[in-house]
Design a protein around this ligand. Sequence first.
Ligand SMILES: *Cc1c(COP(=O)(O)O)cnc(C)c1O
Length: 394
Amino acid sequence: MSDHENVKFDSKCVHAGVGDYQFGPVVPPIYQTSTFKFESTQQGAALFKGEEKGYIYTRMSNPTVEAMENSVAALEGGYKALGCASGMAAIHTAFAALLNGGDHVVCSKSVYGPTSTLLATVLSKFLIDTTFVNPSDLSNIENAMTDRTTVVYIETPGNPTLETTDLEGAAKIAHEHGAMLVVDNTFMSPALQRPFEFGADVVVHSMTKFLNGHADVVGGIIVVKDEELYPIFRTTLNQIGGVIDPFNSFLVHRGIKTLSLRMEKSSENAVKIAEYLEAHPKVEWVRYPGLKSFPQYEVAQKQHDLPGGMISFELKGGHDAGEVLMNSVKLCTLAVSLGGVETLIQHPASMTHLSMGKEARESAGITDGLVRLSVGIENVDDLIADLEQALEKV
Ligand SMILES: *Cc1c(COP(=O)(O)O)cnc(C)c1O
């Protein structure tokens, strides 16, 4: 990997994390083993003490997992990464590493549904309380900070409203109060946004989405910027145990090789689809970071290399019209999740964000009529023709 540290992003996608292995394979082998043989009791003891480098047990580390972790750490520009069993395992582990009972979290309102539910239900049992704010106005973050705030948690663009937060401003506020900025970068992937460049301390991802990109893995990752911060995350993950396995790591690492290509194509498609929807008489509004009408267009231009593959919109007939559209598409697939090569369409209020409850949804701007589109890499003319025939039925 050291040979590839100074290459450009798309070259890193192909090469980062790939080490040297027995027999010289070009791709990291799948070390499908739970444990590793010691040469002697002395060597086993030295490995446990950390005096010797090597592998002990796959929950602690595994060469296939480590290769994938090193790849994501290089893409985000962080020190090291920790592969987790899912995005939620990564988010839970990150909170568990950083928080003590009695601490306070400031979290953006528009986040992945289970993230807000985790804070509001599971973590609140451990006396961690959270203030949910609209972070597109930074003064809302500032006003929510208390002397107990240790984590500011931002997902940008937020799911599913695409509300975008100025990360540089959020990092400044967090650091002035002695708190850490944790950013969920799932929607953009490091190909389009690298939160460490704007002052974030920790980045989390659902690798289930764009990083893997092929809708065949559930996985997550935590990337840590500083060397000093890393051990507490590794210890916490090792105790909680929500690690990713070697085979899924292999698949994610393979998916990452085409990350740049996929993000470019899905952005290019999404720009055309967002413009098509915005001009359509049956569409009430479209939110897409690449449209001039996007409320945080300036921030999006500053933070994103391209506008990404996620679009949210609402039809003039609201919920009922959206339902007809979603039941009429043929090429687009009606399914939750996002970030794969195939275009997916879904209804957050009754699906991904149901667990939040109506009141929290409304306050986050997730209307009952909001439809979320994750644009894939199909031919854009086919996608628009599919939306067109479905819109005709509305
Ligand atoms: C899907 C998702 C998650 C959760 O990831 P899982 O892999 O499903 O556990 C977290 N954040 C965002 C933004 C997501 O889209």
